[in-house]
Design a protein around this ligand. Structure first.
Ligand code: WTA
Length: 648
């Protein structure tokens, strides 16, 4: 990583918060933000202690923050329960009748659950989990589509102190197997199938295949959603209706210690093995609660919709825990944005009178391509705030989002954060911070971001560098499941004592941050975070493949697309069917979303003297014009590589 990070964006437009918005906002002026931010840094104990006290504790915390890098502990001595704070707390305060989830299925069915109803369903599920032998600290894998039962199962686990690990429904059987085994899960909660663009994704079938080699799993709990035929193994597989459906509708929330593990979420890193990011109860709870409250500036009559999938961290923090802890009405949608037509989202905004809408740049770019006539057909005047997450948003997409979706009147909160950070780390507070298209603007309370050069010194204004975070924050990951050393090595060794994000960024003359993307071997494809090493290990498992290197190339729609460079064992010839077979292999083992856009065969891969593949060169090659004779271009690159002596 000796190469300088060059920033090319020259965006200078500035949008002040609309006056009426600021007047009604929780934080309505830049000075207020500045004062609160300063206090969060100078007096973190006082600042976080007061916010935490807005939530329910069975025992109040004795200390607020402990920091012994890389380990942090928050709210020690306190006992609480996140499920209680999302449900019982509101019902006890008289807010049980308010809609908690407004769920819309892909076929168009709608189901609304009030806070009281969501509490009952969660309690039933918690009782059923207990009956299946799940107790505090046990791991439960949730491999489902976007159905209310996914959120119910998460809340039920939190209620009894079990640790959930949600696996995105787009993962294939092998990827499920690896994650289940790493977590040592006792139970898998799944569905017969999930609806996606009118077709069934056969989730249970994938589970059956995975279970051939998952010795820790005792049971599966199966929700019938799509009605496709499935096999039920007697004694092992249980019907949701016959288990959860018949369970008692009351179940006390268990007080758990502040640092009790809440969930594991697997994310991609720079090795082939996905990392189980571990979040614990109280810090994560406070982080989600406070960021949702201030960044989305939620008020009682808001109808809030985040289009993420519960399989990713955004679904955890900003569909389930953050908004429910705030007593919000949450819209949850099951299916694809273009089913039955490209205006599905806009029709839903009009139908449910959505006020806050949170989506990803890759989706926005697809909407732009589908055409302005689709949003134009619907009344979206209910919207008052827009959000973006998952990857850098290009200024043109930002302007389109503002003008066409937001009618020019809604502020946009571009939120930068990660699976590891648990909650939003940088974003404009919509009533206080002027926005610039493409910038996530300023840090959230308690967050101290710095941009460092390779040698650890601080980068100058507008000089690109490595984004690190200097102080601990409540929702910081606590470790990598079962691998403290990997946790330390991945996040705290590059710049000792500081959390390394893996992102490159710059800070402009106004102190605004511009995140440019990953500087490690992680690629962001259509908002899905993928480790190139994970894909490479699938490719090299093919008997004909000698070596593989996967890189990202810029893609208009997906942000980045995957290109795999492959060398074959001697005597094997590159052919189109082989390329197809290799792409299919990735699809089958990891999931369709990880399928490379192009497989390019080469005689050799460019390497440094120490034998490291020169990914940056391959990235440049992948980004260039698609060359006809792939190998010739690669040979040129190899010659170039041979001349280079520096390690990347
Ligand atoms: C990228 C998703 C620029 C970044 C919440 C980060 C962003 C990775 C933004 C984490 C943003 C996320 N601007 N880049 N607003 N939000 N990213 O773990 O590269 O799936 O490191 O968490 O997405 O992806 P993850």
């Amino acid at each position: 990583m000796t190469n300088a990070i060059v920033s090319v964006s020259k965006e200078s437009r500035l949008f002040e918060p609309p006056e009426a918005f600021a007047a009604a906002a929780r934080v309505g002026a830049r000075e207020t933000y500045d004062a609160m931010y300063r206090r969060s840094i100078d007096d973190p104990e006082g600042f976080w202690g007061e916010l935490a006290a807005e939530l329910h504790w069975f025992d109040a915390p004795k200390t607020i923050r402990q920091w012994d890098p890389p380990k942090t502990r928050w709210f020690e001595g306190g006992t609480t329960n996140l499920s209680y704070n999302c449900l019982d707390r509101h019902v006890a305060a008289g807010g049980g009748d308010k809609a908690a989830l407004v769920w819309e299925g892909e076929p168009g069915d709608v189901r609304t659950l009030s806070y009281t109803e969501l509490l009952r369903e969660t309690a039933r599920c918690a009782n059923a989990l207990r009956r299946l032998g799940v107790g505090a600290g046990d791991r439960v894998v949730i491999y489902m589509g976007m159905v209310p039962e996914a959120a119910i199962t998460m809340l039920a686990c939190a209620r009894i102190g079990a640790i959930h690990s949600v696996i995105f429904g787009g993962f294939a059987a092998d990827a499920v197997r690896d994650r289940v085994n790493d977590a040592g899960a006792k139970l898998i909660v799944t569905q017969d199938g999930a609806w996606r663009r009118g077709k069934v994704v056969a989730l249970k079938e994938h589970v059956d295949r995975a279970l051939a080699s998952c010795p820790s799993v005792e049971h599966t709990l199966v929700l019938r959603r799509t009605g496709n035929p499935i096999e039920m193994v007697a004694g092992r597989d249980l019907e949701w209706t016959e288990t959860v459906g018949v369970a008692h509708h009351e179940c006390d929330a268990v007080p758990v210690a502040a640092e009790h593990p809440l969930f594991i979420l697997y994310t991609s890193g720079t090795t082939g093995k996905p990392k189980g990011v571990l979040h614990t109860t109280a810090g994560y709870m406070v982080g989600c609660y406070v960021t949702t409250k201030y960044v989305f500036d939620l008020r009682d009559d808001d109808v809030y919709w985040c289009t993420a999938d519960v399989g990713w961290v955004t679904g955890h923090s900003y569909i389930v825990y953050g908004p429910l802890a705030n007593h919000a009405t949450v819209v949850m949608y099951e299916g694809a944005p273009n089913h039955p037509g490209p205006d599905r989202f806009w029709a839903m905004i009009a139908k449910h009178r959505v006020t806050v809408f949170y989506t990803a740049p890759t989706a926005i770019r697809a909407f732009i391509r589908w055409g302005d006539e689709h949003p134009a057909r619907h009344d979206m005047s209910s919207l008052r705030l827009l959000g973006s997450v998952g990857e850098p948003i290009n200024p043109e997409a930002w302007m389109w989002y503002r003008d066409v979706i937001g009618g020019g009147r809604c502020p946009i909160v571009d939120t930068w954060w990660q699976t590891e950070t648990g909650a939003i780390m940088m974003a404009p507070l919509p009533g206080a911070i002027a926005t610039k298209p493409g910038s996530c603007t300023v840090p959230f309370f308690g967050v101290v971001p710095k941009i460092l050069r390779h040698d650890g010194t601080e980068a100058a204004t507008n000089e690109g560098g490595y984004l690190v975070i200097e102080q601990p924050w409540p929702s910081m990951l606590r470790t990598v499941w079962g691998d403290d050393e990997r946790f330390r090595e991945t996040y705290f060794s590059r710049f000792p004592g500081k959390y390394f994000t893996g992102d490159g960024a710059r800070r402009d003359e106004h102190g605004y941050f511009w995140v440019m993307g990953r500087v490690d071997d992680v690629v962001n494809v259509a908002g899905h975070r993928l480790g190139t090493a994970e894909i490479e290990s699938v490719l090299v498992a093919h008997p004909w493949v000698a070596e593989a290197a996967v890189v990202g190339r810029p893609d208009e729609l997906k942000g980045q697309a995957l290109v795999a460079f492959v060398t074959l064992k001697s005597g094997r010839e590159p052919t189109d069917p082989l390329a197809e077979e290799l792409a299919e292999l990735v699809s089958a083992e990891i999931g369709k979303f990880a399928r490379p856009d192009a497989i390019r065969f080469a005689d050799a891969l460019p390497k440094t003297r120490s034998g490291k593949i020169m990914r940056r060169l391959l990235g440049e090659l992948a980004a260039g014009q698609a060359p006809k004779g792939d190998t010739t271009t690669l040979e040129d690159i190899s010659v170039l590589a041979a001349l280079r002596t520096d390690d990347e």
